[in-house]
Unconditional design. Structure first.
Length: 480
């Protein structure tokens, strides 16, 4: 089982309200309900009482599910389930109002690889405060496919995803979201062989480029020619090929659902990353099992996975004012300015103060919680926190970021500008006014920004150029 401590939580949509309340047993069965955790914070609002109520067959309550549920609840306890006050604040800041109940309820959804967790919040005292209902996605999809087949699936760079059984709703979503796919990371997947739906989606794509779809409905109705390629090598319009290249750039992570190749198919569930898209529109893969068989959009079914998060560290000079105690035990009026090399002995105290200074709002995204632009930087940089690190016998201020994908040069500069503002006038201005007690009874006031020769740089920019600074030209050439 994959670690579920990193997940995306989103407010529920109005049409999803039914998922948060007790269902008829047949509906529970159809949706793959496992059970529900009922919770409340007690009289003080700071306790945590919980009871498990099964809603499905006992075999769904497997050890793997129990372990993941424990992880999910543990993570939620750091924020929305920390206390009744924390829940009130979370609901106020994130919305998610849903109908039903005697008072206003709020709904939030967490979806992992195998389960969907629906958290209903009621921050009112003298009532149960939370219900976390879990659904088995494999059972749900199997039942939904039997009852009404899926038409398509859409996903976004931030991890949001939605499946559609209604054709018109799917087409409407593609039509409205596709123009913004360069910034939102919107992608769609066709899960139906219906010729009319496939043509309708292609019509939308061609219209985006200001052209008409050259293929008529009859061409979509033709059975793929028989033979080894099973229709996989049919030529595709250049505009469509370019669109596929935009949709699936190299490095995109993909999980295969089904491959329409009767000879040497890749097994369902196999994951890999895109290598390149050829001029026929085939998506050549580097599968994790070592194979390289390409995908054929429209023929094969696959899911685009959220990009893996990588760490990006941005370094800045660190200074501090140290106020020592005089012979009478009072703090001196004047301070001693300490720089990076002199601050190494205070690393533990500074780190502890940084952790203590974090606010509940910062739990998921750090200071990116306060980033107010709906742009690609907001979507790619999932979190950023200030910390300290010793390098080259100096203590540095560090903005440690978790990033989905890669930042362009422009996006990196935008991020640096935002972090500079936080270090100088925002977060940093508040932190430098908080005293840090040190071992000798003095007080330390740490500055992540100063006006003298200050800069914020990546690890490569800050340290790699120094690798050659200590050598003369002759030494770098082997002493010749």
């Amino acid at each position: 089982m994959k670690n579920a401590t990193q997940f995306h939580i989103r407010p529920a949509r109005p049409e999803e309200a039914g998922l948060f309340y007790a269902q008829h047993p047949e509906e529970n069965k159809r949706l793959g309900a496992v059970g529900c955790v009922r919770m409340d914070f007690g009289r003080s609002g700071n306790e945590f009482w919980h009871t498990w109520w099964p809603r499905g067959p006992e075999e769904l309550n497997s050890p793997a599910f129990k372990a993941e549920l424990q992880q999910i609840v543990g993570k939620l306890r750091e924020d929305v389930l920390k206390s009744r006050f924390a829940m009130e604040r979370f609901c106020y800041e994130h919305g998610g109002k849903i109908d039903g109940g005697y008072v206003q309820n709020y709904g939030y959804i967490v979806e992992t690889e195998c389960y969907r967790y629906c958290l209903r919040c009621n921050p009112s005292p003298e009532d149960y405060n939370g219900y976390l209902t879990a659904y088995d996605l494999a059972v749900q999809r199997q039942n939904m496919a039997r009852d009404k087949p899926l038409v398509g699936r859409v996903s976004y760079a931030n991890g949001d995803a939605q499946e559609f059984t209604d054709t018109e709703a799917f087409l409407k979503c593609v039509r409205e979201e596709l123009p913004y796919h360069p910034t939102t990371g919107f992608r769609y997947e066709m899960l139906t062989d219906d010729p009319a739906v496939r043509k309708a989606v292609d019509d939308i794509v061609f219209d985006l480029y200001g052209e008409e779809n050259p293929r008529q409905l009859e061409e979509y109705q033709k059975t793929p020619k028989q033979g080894h390629d099973n229709g996989r090598n049919k030529m595709m319009d250049r505009k469509m090929v370019n669109f596929i290249k935009e949709q699936y750039p190299p490095g995109t992570r993909i999980r295969l659902n089904a491959m329409d190749d009767p000879y040497h198919p890749i097994l369902p569930g196999t994951e890999g990353e895109v290598d390149f898209v050829d001029d026929k529109g085939q998506i050549f893969m580097k599968w994790d099992n070592g194979r390289t068989l390409p995908l054929a959009p429209g023929e094969d079914s696959f899911t685009v996975l959220p990009p893996k998060l990588t760490s990006l560290k941005l370094y800045m000079p660190l200074t501090a004012d140290l106020y020592e105690r005089n012979e009478y035990g009072d703090l001196d009026d004047s301070s001693i300015l300490l720089e990076g090399s002199e601050l190494r002995g205070y690393q533990n105290q500074i780190t502890a103060a940084l952790v203590k200074n974090r606010m509940p709002e910062d739990t998921e995204r750090g200071i990116m919680h306060w980033y107010d632009e709906a742009d690609s930087v907001d979507r790619k940089v999932r979190s950023a926190v200030f910390t300290v690190e010793e390098r080259d016998r100096q203590l540095w201020g560090v903005a440690e970021c978790r990033v989905a994908g890669e930042l362009s040069d422009t996006e990196l500069e935008t991020l640096k500008e935002y972090l500079t503002g936080q270090a100088s006038d925002g977060w940093g201005e508040g932190f430098e006014q908080r005293e840090i007690s040190v071992d000798d009874g003095g007080e330390l006031y740490v500055h992540f920004w100063n006006s003298d020769e200050w800069s914020i740089q990546t690890e490569q920019e800050r340290f790699e150029p120094r690798l050659s600074e200590g050598y003369t030209t002759e030494q770098r050439m082997g002493g010749l």
